[in-house]
Write a new protein. Structure first.
Length: 229
């Protein structure tokens, strides 16, 4: 029997309130609320993901730490942004690949916000060498790419997303048969969820099931850059 979800509707109400009161004074007044309805429940969600992920996706790390783990910081980096609001109005959980310290390896990302929730897999803005290796793998073995991209369960759960070049990347002709995918600068797949989904008892097995459904893409990307998955 599934455990109750650690995530409650109060988390999303907090994020909605933060969107409308994104300043340090309001956050300081609501710091205890942030801890009780957001940070501690999300850390518990990560903890509940640890064991099943070790079976389903052992190369991905679920680390339930208050800082330096899978839970991303709520503080925005405003140094180079015109938007100086100090806080993110979403929760980000990054399940990094074990090789990510040495190479921009594919990973999983869980996003919770009042207006949008999803699970995503793959490489967002990979480094130049990683992106070149993925494109080369598609060019050299398009059938393997098609098997990953078009696998039934993957397609039922995910849609490829992210940005693409407006023209062909260097070294590939504009009429290349795989040009649509070769133009990608993000190799990510997104599965939409709702705030209600995250409050349900089956949210942990549901997330794990989605990560399992994304294995064809993850394996192709990892093979392309020569890391295990």
């Amino acid at each position: 029997m599934s455990k109750p979800s650690p995530i409650s509707k109060e988390l999303f109400e907090f994020l909605d309130d933060l969107t409308r009161n994104n300043d340090r004074e309001w956050f300081a007044e609501n710091k205890d609320r942030y801890e009780s309805v957001l940070r501690e429940p999300v850390l518990e969600l990560i903890t509940q993901l640890e064991k099943p992920l070790r079976r389903s996706a052992p190369m991905l790390k679920a680390i339930a730490k208050r800082s330096g783990g899978s839970l991303m910081r709520i503080y925005r980096d405003t140094r180079f942004s015109k938007d100086k609001t100090p806080y993110k109005t979403n929760v980000g959980i990054s399940l990094r690949h074990q090789a990510d310290g040495n190479i921009h390896a594919p990973g999983a990302y869980i996003h919770l916000a009042d207006d949008e929730c999803f699970v995503a897999l793959g490489c967002w803005r990979p480094q130049r060498e990683t992106l070149a290796a993925i494109r080369r793998a598609i060019d050299e073995d398009p059938k393997a790419w098609h098997r990953a991209r078009d696998q039934r369960k993957f397609q039922q759960s995910y849609q490829l997303a992210g940005e693409s070049l407006k023209t062909a990347p260097r070294d590939y002709p504009k009429d290349h048969p795989e040009i649509v995918d070769l133009r990608r600068i993000d190799f990510i797949a997104v599965s939409p969820l709702t705030p209600h989904d995250f409050t349900q008892p089956d949210i942990v097995p549901r997330i794990v099931g989605l990560i399992r459904d994304g294995k064809p893409l993850m394996r192709f990307l990892c093979d392309a850059i020569d890391v295990p998955y």
